[in-house]
Design a protein around this ligand. Sequence first.
Ligand code: TXA
Ligand code: MG
Length: 322
Amino acid sequence: MKPVKATNENIQKAADIIRKGGTIAFPTETVYGLGADGLNPTAVAKIFEIKKRPSFNPLILHIDDKLKLHNICEVNDERIFKLTNKFWPGPLTLVLPKKNIVPEIVTADNPTVAVRMPNNQIALELIKNAGVPIAAPSANLFNRLSPTKASHVYNQLNDKVDMILDGGNTEVGVESTIIEVTQENIFLLRPGGIAKEEIEELINCKVEVKQKSRDPNSPGQLPFHYSPNTPLRFITNIDLETLLEKKVGAMFLEKQTVEFPFSVIKILSTKGDLREAAANLFSMLHQLDSQNLDIILVEPIAEEGLGLAMMDRLRKATANFS
Ligand code: TXA
Ligand code: MG
């Protein structure tokens, strides 16, 4: 089914579908999610089926109210209150010890569950009306780019999902930051919409970057996640002379910094604003990927704040081809 406008009526219909065990693609402030009733294991299984994931990977539960965190996980740490007070609703996901009510298929049998409260009115209304936490990964096929607008979802999932709610472009454009809070430490599992430095400043402690090998279940951690179909390379790692006969696309942060007869050029933010750049990252990669280019070259971005998240995505997208 084609995306439908996220009117109150359609949100009600979507909530009904969720309650009946169906799947809904919906906007969040980061990327579009592919949602199902997070307490219904069969409904959750549909998500994996639709995404064509080769394994069961843990999903994020989305809630509409901070207090509902207590229903699904153990919260006995004042750092959690500080974090949810400051960053929820928003692009921060907390990984915490799960309660029994959460089905194993949601957590891939992990003793922990990932939870967040999205900062998007359509998502919040949908969750509230559904009356259950909504399990949702990004609404893309396994190893494909995350969708930042309804048409991206439709191009990848089309009639496999029961309804696609169209809420326009997502604002943040990269997925949420995921942290695991244990008694001793706070680990960064995935950089995203909230910078590690902001978290460290709030709770006054170091956030450790978790080793990749410690979390083999995580699709965001596989080196070939987020790959476009067209070969993608960092512009700094290639001899441009060898590409003179080819159709070459390029993506720069602020302005074209390399002279070459590119077929297409994308600028992430003419102001050099990392937020605007992050919001454009996926959609510009999608645009470049759809132009039948021989290769896409991307400019590396300084790894500070959101730049870290963007480089994480770009490294994964180039890993297949370098
Ligand atoms: O911004 C976002 O987080 C988007 C929107 C839709 O909310 N969702 C999203 O979900 O990116 P997904 O499934 O594409 O990525 C969730 C990540 C995965 O890398 C998964 O392995 C990790 O969260 N994750 C989930 N539960 C976990 C757990 N218990 N322990 C460690 N990692 C976990
Ligand atoms: Mg994803």
